[in-house]
Design a protein around this ligand. Structure first.
Ligand SMILES: C[C@](O)(CO)[C@H](O)COP(=O)(O)OP(=O)(O)OC[C@H]1O[C@@H](n2ccc(N)nc2=O)[C@H](O)[C@@H]1O
Ligand SMILES: Nc1ncnc2c1ncn2[C@@H]1O[C@H](COP(=O)(O)OP(=O)(O)OP(=O)(O)O)[C@@H](O)[C@H]1O
Length: 314
């Protein structure tokens, strides 16, 4: 039976601005999303038992139908029932490397890989925008994970506009294993604390939505100016996560002591990353942070900004 191996990279948020409420209960956002080399690996192959089956080497991810891998496969079955009948079921093996519930879109990128993998297995020939449309039915970060790289994301996060990202830029990424932040909690808390300040006036809302397009950080990215990018990084969700999780704030303060370009929490956290000017510098910062915080609960990675999303490697 034909099988495929796919690489599913994590993402960080270089910029996350909450612009307002939406009628669907979500928030209107202006973000800059960035793929990183840290990735899960997914093997996917047909079976002849008409079942979707999942194996995973991590105890931290749910193995029931709430796993985004199942949800993505179930979506493909319901969208393409004839192909499911023709090609049979799908066995999926997930090698989990991306920390779970970390603000790194770990589940989202797995789901994106399953959409791409089943498209290949069932010879559907879906276009990138058709895959992104399916992805948006599963979650806000998933459309970006298909093509990845560097992109401005607006709407719920599903409206994408690609950018040429920074070349040769490294980050140090740190996350306490035992700390998980719920994304719905982060948005709900932000809304209850800052909701009154949302701009309701539609003209201003449009102006603010467009602001990120001409914003300084976009210019800094186009100019390949990593230190200016670091200066302009922003994440509104820090306002709710940092006061609730003092360890995350401390981690940012620790990073700031060393020779980094800038530090920020990714997405709804609790991962924190520091942009560095070289791989050597990033390795040095990793050692410094490890010496300062010897706690084995803290995982630290050196990884690189990359210009792609899901990749089929065999
Ligand atoms: C925090 C980020 O990861 C930043 O990239 C994303 O905004 C969240 O993306 P995600 O996890 O794919 O989000 P979803 O699975 O679509 O939604 C999870 C929950 O986050 C909240 N949510 C998400 C996106 C958005 N634009 N507004 C929201 O309020 C909602 O409470 C939703 O129930
Ligand atoms: N394949 C998966 N990998 C990891 N978590 C998954 C997966 N499928 C479902 N989940 C559930 O999703 C929750 C969020 O995990 P995930 O790693 O996707 O978070 P995240 O990186 O914060 O996501 P995002 O940045 O998109 O908000 C976990 O607590 C877990 O229960």
């Amino acid at each position: 039976m034909r099988s495929y191996t796919l690489i599913a990279p994590a993402k960080i948020n270089l910029y996350l601005e909450i612009i307002g409420d939406r009628d669907d209960g979500y928030h209107e956002l202006a973000m800059i999303l960035q793929s990183i080399e840290l990735a899960d690996q997914i093997e996917i192959e047909s079976n002849d038992v008409q079942l979707i089956r999942l194996r995973c080497d991590s105890k931290e991810v749910p193995m029931d139908r709430s796993n985004l891998v199942y949800r993505a496969a179930d979506l493909m079955v319901s969208e393409f029932p004839d192909s499911f009948a023709t090609y049979g079921g799908v066995d999926i093996t997930l090698h989990k490397r991306i920390p779970v519930a970390a603000g790194l879109a770990g589940g989202s990128t797995d789901a994106a890989a399953v959409l791409v993998g089943i498209d290949l297995l069932w010879k559907l020939g879906l276009t990138r925008s058709e895959l992104e449309e399916l992805a948006a039915k599963l979650g806000s970060d998933i459309p970006f994970c298909i093509g990845g790289g560097t992109a401005i994301a607006t709407g719920r996060g599903e409206k994408l506009s690609e950018l040429l990202g920074l070349n040769n830029t490294y980050i140090v990424l740190a996350k306490y294993r035992s700390l998980e932040v719920s994304t719905p909690w982060a948005y709900k808390t932000y809304r209850s604390l800052y909701g009154d300040a949302y701009i309701k006036d539609i003209e201003n809302l449009t102006a603010r939505k467009n602001a990120v397009h001409s914003g300084d950080i976009v210019k800094a990215i186009s100019n390949q100016h990593a230190s200016q990018v670091a200066e302009k990084m922003h994440n509104d969700l820090e306002k709710v996560v940092l006061p609730e999780y003092p360890q995350v704030l401390k981690l940012k303060e620790s990073f700031a002591k060393y020779d980094i370009l800038g530090t920020m929490m990714s997405g709804s956290g609790p991962s924190v990353f520091a942009l560095c000017e070289s791989k050597d510098k990033a390795e040095e910062v990793k050692i410094n942070i490890r010496n300062e915080i010897p706690d084995p609960d803290l995982e630290i990675f050196v990884t690189k900004l990359i210009n792609h999303g899901i990749q089929v490697v065999s």
